[in-house]
Each structure stands twice: as structure tokens, then as C-alpha cells.
Write a protein that binds this ligand. Structure first.
Ligand code: 5GP
Length: 176
């Protein structure tokens, strides 16, 4: 299949993404003013989002990354999660904000929340760029959400299909 055959309808154009990232950054800057906050980007999909978000914040903060893999097929998470890369930082007593690209069933995030909560942070919240409400299997408290999207597999702005299409500046559905 050629690239043109894979990229389907554009769900969120680049300018809409950029505006929403700035709004989220303004909310986070207000809520975390005077707090020692560490952003945790979830690799690899959240890389573009966390980079843009962090640059739009007007508070000082640290950044760290975690990589997790969910057993199951690429398009369906099983909820059984394996840590591929753990944090470098210690988060005990710190304000932690997980930056996720997309919450689908919510099972991956549920695992991450449990894992990080066990390390006794001062607070633990989530900022997810995209959520698919129709697919959510677990009720999670998401403090910041960029967009609610329909039940479609999406690519772009960090999200891949077989490791491709991450650098598209917009979020699109895949064809078929
Ligand atoms: P969950 O555990 O919430 O079902 O799945 C979360 C993970 O599945 C995301 O972090 C992402 O890696 C992957 N995922 C879920 N939906 C999509 C999608 O529409 N597009 C892409 N590229 N990845 C997705």
C-alpha cells in the first residue's frame, strides 16, 4: 500500500492541534504554578506532544520518559503491560503529570497509574491528547484531555502504524 492509500480522513488538523496544546499548557501552568512538577512522556507516541506541551508551559518543570508495551496485537491492548524503559528520576514526594498520546481501552494507563502510585508521588495526574470514549473499559480520572475522537485507528503527531507516519503534522484515521 502506498502512503496515500493508508492516510485517511484528517480528524485533527495541525493548527487545531497547536491551539489545543497551548490551551492545555495554560491550564497546566496555572494549576502547577509554584509546584515541582515532572512530566512523564510515554514513549514513543507522546514524544511530539510532550515536546510541544513543555515548550508552551510558562512554569519550570522536568521531563522524563517511560516506555511500556502491551501484550496483544498492535491494534488491541490486552492490559498486560511490560515496562521497556523505566524512569531515570525518583518521583517520591513529587508532583507527577503523565503525558499520554492516546487512551483507548485505558488498560495501559491503568497499569501505569498503579505502577507510579506505588512510588508515593505527592500527586499523580494524567494529560492525554486523545481519548476514545467508546472504547474505554476502565474508569480513569483524566485531569486534562485534548480531544475526544471516534472509535477509529489514528496516525500522526507521534502515533504510528507499524512505526510509520509518526511525523505527520496532523492526526488522521487510517484507511480500511
Ligand atoms: P489502551 O491500553 O488504552 O487500550 O491502549 C493504549 C495504547 O494503544 C496507546 O498508548 C497506543 O500505543 C495504542 N493505541 C490505541 N489506539 C491507537 C490508535 O488509534 N492509533 C495508534 N497509533 N495507537 C493506538
Amino acid at each position: 500500500m502506498t502512503q496515500d492509500e493508508v492516510i485517511g480522513e484528517v480528524l485533527i488538523p495541525a493548527d487545531v492541534l497547536a491551539n489545543r496544546v497551548r490551551e492545555l499548557a495554560a491550564d497546566i501552568s496555572r494549576d502547577y504554578a509554584d509546584k515541582d512538577v515532572i512530566l512523564i512522556g510515554v514513549l514513543k507516541g507522546a514524544v511530539f506532544f510532550v515536546a510541544d506541551l513543555m515548550r508552551a508551559l510558562d512554569i519550570e518543570c522536568e521531563i522524563d520518559f517511560m516506555a511500556v508495551a502491551s501484550y496483544g496485537s498492535a491494534m488491541k491492548s490486552s492490559g498486560v503491560v511490560r515496562v521497556l524503559k523505566d524512569l531515570d528520576a525518583t518521583i517520591e514526594g513529587r508532583h507527577v503529570l503523565i503525558i499520554e498520546d492516546i487512551v483507548d481501552s485505558g488498560l495501559t494507563l491503568q497499569y501505569l497509574l498503579r505502577n507510579l502510585n506505588a512510588r508515593d508521588p505527592a500527586s499523580l495526574e494524567v494529560c492525554a491528547l486523545l481519548i476514545k470514549p467508546a472504547r474505554q473499559k476502565v474508569d480513569l480520572k483524566l485531569r486534562y484531555v485534548g480531544f475526544e475522537i471516534p472509535d477509529r485507528f489514528v496516525i500522526g503527531y507521534g502515533l504510528d502504524h507499524d512505526e510509520r507516519y509518526r511525523s505527520l503534522p496532523y492526526v488522521a484515521a487510517i484507511e480500511g
